[in-house]
Design a protein around this ligand. Structure first.
Ligand SMILES: [Zn+2]
Length: 225
C-alpha cells in the first residue's frame, strides 16, 4: 500500500476523530454490496481495511443486511457467507426487516460507524450527513472518502462560532478594562478634588460696598431737645 494513500486516510480519520468523536478501534459497518465487491476483487476485508486505516477494527453488520443478501439468492451466496461472519449489531428491525440501505441509514444516527458500501444511492444519502465516514472499494483498493461538503460546512460553522465567542470574550474584557480605567480615573479625580485647597465660595462672597470717596456728609446734628 502506497505511503501517500495511508497518509491521506490517516489525515481523513484524524478529521473525524477531532470533529465527530470517532475513536479506535473503529466500528466498520459492512453491507453485502461491499462483500460482493471484495469477493470479486479478492480483497480480504479485515486485513486490507486494518492496514489501510492503521487501526484495530470491529467489523459489523446488521440483521437486515444479512436478510437482504440471503433474499438475493445464489448470485450473492459468496457475499452472504462473508457478511454473515461479522458481528451483528442490533438495528431495531428484528422481526420487521427493512432494506439494507434503509437499515444502515438508521444506524448511523445512533453511533459512529464507518460505512463500507458500494451502494451509490446510500453513499449519496450518507454524504449529506455531517461527519459520516464512508469506505468503498475501487477495484481491489479500499478508498476512505474525503469529508463531504456537509461535514466540512458543519466543522467550519463550529469553528466560526467558537471564534466569534472568543472575539466576544475579548471585547467584553476590553470593555471591562476600559470601565475599570474610567472608574479609577473617577476615583483619582475625586481624590484630587478633595486635596485641593478650597477657594472662597463665590456664592458666599458678598459684594464689597464701595466707599464713596467724596467729602463725607456732615453728621446730622442732634435735634435740640
Ligand atoms: Zn435493520
Amino acid at each position: 500500500m502506497k505511503i501517500e494513500r495511508l497518509k491521506k486516510s490517516h489525515k481523513t480519520m484524524a478529521f473525524y476523530i477531532t470533529n465527530f468523536n470517532y475513536h479506535q478501534p473503529y466500528q466498520v459497518l459492512v453491507d453485502a454490496t461491499f462483500c460482493q465487491a471484495a469477493l470479486k476483487n479478492k480483497v480480504q476485508i479485515n486485513d486490507q481495511l486494518k492496514k489501510y486505516l492503521q487501526s484495530e477494527l470491529k467489523l459489523l453488520t446488521t440483521y437486515c443486511c444479512i436478510l437482504e443478501a440471503e433474499s438475493l439468492g445464489a448470485s450473492l451466496s459468496g457475499a452472504t457467507q462473508i457478511v454473515k461472519k461479522f458481528a451483528v449489531h442490533k438495528c431495531g428491525h428484528e422481526g420487521k426487516p427493512v432494506p439494507a440501505s434503509e437499515c444502515i441509514y438508521s444506524m448511523v444516527k445512533s453511533s459512529k460507524y464507518i460505512i463500507s458500501t458500494q451502494d451509490r444511492d446510500l453513499q449519496e444519502k450518507l454524504r449529506r450527513l455531517a461527519g459520516q465516514a464512508i469506505i468503498y472499494l475501487h477495484k481491489a483498493t479500499p478508498v476512505l472518502e474525503q469529508p463531504s461538503k456537509a461535514s466540512k460546512k458543519f466543522v467550519n460553522r463550529i469553528k466560526m462560532r467558537s471564534l466569534l465567542s472568543k472575539q466576544t470574550e475579548q471585547k467584553i474584557k476590553v470593555f471591562k478594562e476600559i470601565e475599570g480605567i474610567n472608574k479609577e480615573l473617577n476615583v483619582t479625580k475625586i481624590m484630587n478634588k478633595k486635596k485641593k485647597p478650597r477657594g472662597p465660595n463665590p456664592l458666599s462672597c458678598k459684594k464689597k460696598t464701595i466707599k464713596k470717596t467724596g467729602p463725607s456728609r456732615p453728621s446730622r446734628k442732634k435735634k435740640k431737645k
